[in-house]
Design a binder for this molecule. Structure first.
Ligand SMILES: Cc1cc2nc3c(=O)[nH]c(=O)nc-3n(C[C@H](O)[C@H](O)[C@H](O)COP(=O)(O)OP(=O)(O)OC[C@H]3O[C@@H](n4cnc5c(N)ncnc54)[C@H](O)[C@@H]3O)c2cc1C
Length: 384
């Protein structure tokens, strides 16, 4: 298949950002080429918590979360050492594995005429003023007038981000479990957030009654646990006996946890950097919100919709798009960055726990500031 081809629009990455752009463009009669590294559906490190904003975008793309078996989550339970407190969420959240969700979006894109090439990795990109060249290995070189870069957290050769100021000493892990009947019933309807020394975890149900445990921990703490997952979990459950109860008699579904290193939390692409007009950075390539607030997916979907809408309206005007995106997410990422810091260390954890316990409405308001604003969403959802 090697050779050269020329395309009007190419999307690199078929996660939430790339697939949502593809769906919007496909619906409007465009037929972009989407290159996705993975050859089939796979699990990804993610808390799998879908906020109301993420649900709104997915509903617009006709993704039926009920049909996909998403769980329902209406309460947040916070654990710190032996203590727990519970608050109602300000919306009904949903839980769904990324394996199922990302696949549903890619299938939707295909049904709208998008050409999805799986198992194709963009190795490097050469961005020129009037075109972007993608070296796609054995697939060949692709010339794209417009390139939507949606390859997730890590950098791609030729179009590296400047991630100064971001935190990248955290490791993310994800493990799926089958809980005992009793523990599953106790978890049903809630997301449980566990604060432990140098990290935090989220536990919730997803489809088929499976529980997802997703955590971030400092590299140092992981090293102290001998870089060993079982030993890390043993130490965390010793610190938090309530999590130990939840995981008693649980069966791990994967042989080993999925992990991700060097997450550039807090990064927001600088829109004043001079880049070619035809290069749109989406999702985590545009900004990486710390996962404590469970907003990364809605931001990825927001970027996908906004980029497609602005492209359909004005063509290759990525500088305007980057400016608008930065203003839509900057405040949220900064606040989530601070919350993330607090959630990692003792005094901050104690303060967060105390606030949640004594002033839940204030916590809800703080959390609301980490979400995409209604007005920003409306402008992304209006299509020409
Ligand atoms: C520990 C952790 C927990 C999180 N929990 C939540 C949560 O509960 N709720 C929430 O809303 N957000 C959460 N997030 C954030 C969320 O997962 C991301 O913000 C979101 O996945 C970003 O979407 P994306 O499309 O930009 O990237 P991705 O979802 O990472 O998709 C990128 C895609 O590009 C493909 N790709 C990569 N490189 C190439 C290449 N060179 N060529 C071709 N294809 C390529 C990948 O295979 C992938 O399919 C969490 C993040 C972390 C790290």
């Amino acid at each position: 298949m090697s050779g050269h081809r020329s395309e009007e629009v190419v999307i690199v990455g078929g996660g939430l950002a790339g697939a949502s752009t593809a769906c919007v463009l496909g619906r409007k009669g465009r037929s972009p080429l989407l290159l996705e590294r993975d050859s089939g559906p796979r699990h990804k490190v993610c808390g799998e918590f879908l906020s109301i904003e993420a649900q709104t975008y997915l509903a617009r793309l006709s993704i039926d979360l009920d049909a996909l078996g998403a769980s329902r989550i209406s309460r947040l339970r916070l654990y710190h050492r032996e203590m727990q407190t519970e608050v109602d969420l300000p919306f009904l959240a949903r839980g769904l594995s990324r394996k199922v969700l990302d696949e549903a979006l890619l299938e939707k894109a295909i049904s709208h005429g998008v050409r999805v090439m799986r198992g194709v990795t963009a190795r490097s990109i050469t961005a020129e003023e009037n075109a972007n060249w993608i070296d796609a290995g054995p697939f060949g070189n692709v010339r794209a007038e417009t390139l939507f870069l949606a390859s997730g957290k890590h950098d791609l050769r030729g179009v590296k981000r400047s991630a100064s100021g971001s935190i990248n000493d955290l490791i993310g892990f994800k493990m799926h479990y089958r809980l005992s009947t009793q523990q599953r019933a106790a978890l049903d309807g809630a997301i449980e957030v566990i604060l432990f020394s140098e990290g935090y975890a989220g536990l919730q149900l997803i489809e088929d009654g499976v529980a997802n445990l997703c955590l971030v921990v400092s590299q140092e703490r992981f090293e102290q646990a001998g870089k060993n997952w079982s030993s890390l979990i043993e130490r965390i459950t010793r610190e938090c006996p309530l999590l130990a109860d939840r995981l008693r008699d649980a069966q791990a579904i994967f042989d080993k946890p999925l992990s991700i290193f060097q997450i550039p939390y807090g990064f927001v692409h600088d829109p004043t950097l001079v880049e070619p007009q035809g290069l749109f950075r989406l999702g985590d390539q545009m900004g990486v919100i710390p996962s404590f607030t469970g907003e990364g997916m809605s931001m990825a979907l927001h970027s996908g919709h906004l980029a497609a809408s602005m492209f359909l309206r004005h063509g290759c005007t990525s500088a305007d798009f980057h400016r608008k995106m930065a203003s839509d997410i900057q405040r949220q990422v900064r606040l989530a960055f601070l919350l993330n810091k607090a959630a990692r260390f003792g005094p901050g954890q104690a303060a967060l726990f105390h606030l949640c316990q004594t002033w839940p409405s204030l916590m809800r308001q703080v959390a609301a500031f980490t979400r995409i604003r209604e007005g920003s969403m409306q402008s992304a959802l209006v299509l020409p």
